[in-house]
Design a protein around this ligand. Structure first.
Ligand code: GLA
Length: 414
């Protein structure tokens, strides 16, 4: 086993410095003190508006009613998943006589207010989608020129979260637009969690101002849309690690980097890859917004998404985002500092040939292993729960990691 690569060492030094810089001020709306948990329709259901031929899967009030029902009866709410979120393609193509957005009357015959009431009656919250430009990405009416009216409409309906997209907008006006909508939402007096895509649309032009973004938004997408594939998940992880010195210090209670939805329970990821997405999204303190069909999900995926030990890492009250600390021998090591001086460790096996491989936990592979001096307690959370007991710097602990899978551990100093 080779020691930590030179690059790994550099990354480690950068992050030891970054760890002591206190996060910039967050949006002061008292929301998202922990990464948001819920369900969002986009990746799985996209812009399916054909309720005549596909009534079960089209974007209609029934989809959210059914998801809300299942979230309560199948343990999702109890596990912490709270927001039921509508993405693009919900509105009518015309605003009403007062210039307000309205839901497509055929697909949402009772309107969004009634839907919000229903979702609230289940003890859940409702999210909606709009766009700061002239159109949404799917070609529905944008909010440009209507920020105050739209914010007030969403508040009147009882909406609890707004995902605000950035299509059809001049990139130089993104900052102004996202900030103005943040102010408009605040002025309604209703608590509305504000999910932005501001940096995603700025990166092609320049490095975004994360202090400004954190002041306006509760989370923000940085990178491309997630697809139901391992390639997509890997690309998101690579982008995140490559930009971690810029984006990780911005995260903390009230504001989070958003690497996009969990696609666990769909078609494209093997079980080991689903474990990797879940483990790494917890390490990255990412919103846990599932995009899958909760009415029909395989029991193993469900168990993974409801795993209380992984959710506890995601929701750790310290609210520090983890980061990649080493790349060695086709493994990646990611670490997240947890409350109580504990550490979460994810070891991902990037070798996509062969079988499970062992990764030794030693000071050479893992400088933060020093928390095991004089002793620590190690719990393996993935791929299976195992108490690995008391360890020291001299222990010869080896974790076995499946190809494209991840071993997730917590380490508690004694
Ligand atoms: C953009 C966003 C996606 C989704 C679609 C909807 O691509 O990044 O998450 O909201 O728009 O059209």
């Amino acid at each position: 086993m080779k020691p930590v690569t030179k690059m790994g060492a550099v990354v480690l030094v950068l992050f030891t410095i970054g760890a002591f810089i206190s996060p910039v001020k967050s949006l002061d709306n008292g929301l998202a003190l922990k990464p948001t948990m819920g369900w969002l329709h986009w990746e799985r259901f996209m812009c399916n508006v054909d309720c005549d031929t596909d009534p079960n899967n089209c974007i209609s009030e029934n989809l959210y009613i059914q998801m809300a029902d299942v979230m309560v009866t199948e343990g999702w709410k109890e596990a912490g998943y709270e927001y039921v979120c509508i993405d693009d393609c919900w509105p009518s193509h015309q605003r009403d006589a007062k210039g307000r957005l309205q839901a497509d009357p055929k697909r949402f015959p009772r309107g969004i207010k009634k839907l919000a009431d229903y979702v609230h009656s289940k003890g859940l919250k409702l999210g909606i989608y709009a766009d700061l430009g002239t159109f949404t990405c799917g070609g529905f009416p944008g909010s440009m020129g209507y920020y105050d009216i739209d914010a007030q409409t969403f508040a009147d309906w009882g909406v609890d979260l707004l995902k605000f997209d950035g299509c059809y907008m001049k990139w130089t006006l993104l900052g102004e637009g996202y900030t103005n909508m943040s102010i408009a939402l605040n002025q309604t007096g209703r608590s509305i969690l504000y999910s932005c895509e501001w940096p995603l649309y700025e990166w092609p032009h320049h490095q975004p101002d994360y202090a400004a973004i954190r002041k306006a938004c509760n989370h923000w997408r940085n990178f491309a849309d997630v697809y139901d594939s391992w390639d997509s998940v890997k690309t998101i992880l690579d982008w995140t690690a490559d930009h971690q010195d810029v984006i990780v210090p911005a995260a903390g209670p009230g504001g989070w980097n958003d690497p996009d939805m969990l696609v666990i329970g769909n078609f494209g990821l093997s079980h080991a890859q689903q474990e990797s997405q879940m483990a790494l999204w917890a390490i990255m303190a990412s919103p846990l917004l599932m995009s899958n069909d909760l009415r029909d999900i395989c029991p193993r995926s469900k168990q993974l998404l409801q795993n209380t030990r992984i959710i506890a890492i995601s929701q750790d009250p310290l609210g520090r985002q983890g980061y990649r600390t080493a790349k060695v021998d086709s493994f990646e090591v990611w670490e997240r500092h947890l409350s109580g001086g504990r550490l979460a460790l994810a070891v991902m096996n990037k070798q996509e040939i062969g079988g499970p491989r062992g990764f030794p936990l030693t000071l050479a592979t893992l400088p933060s292993w020093k928390i095991c001096h004089p002793q620590c307690n190690v719990t393996q959370v993935l791929p299976s729960y195992k108490e690995l007991g008391v360890q020291t710097l001299l222990s010869k602990l080896v974790v076995v990691v499946n190809p494209s899978g991840t071993a997730l551990l917590t380490v508690t100093p004694i």
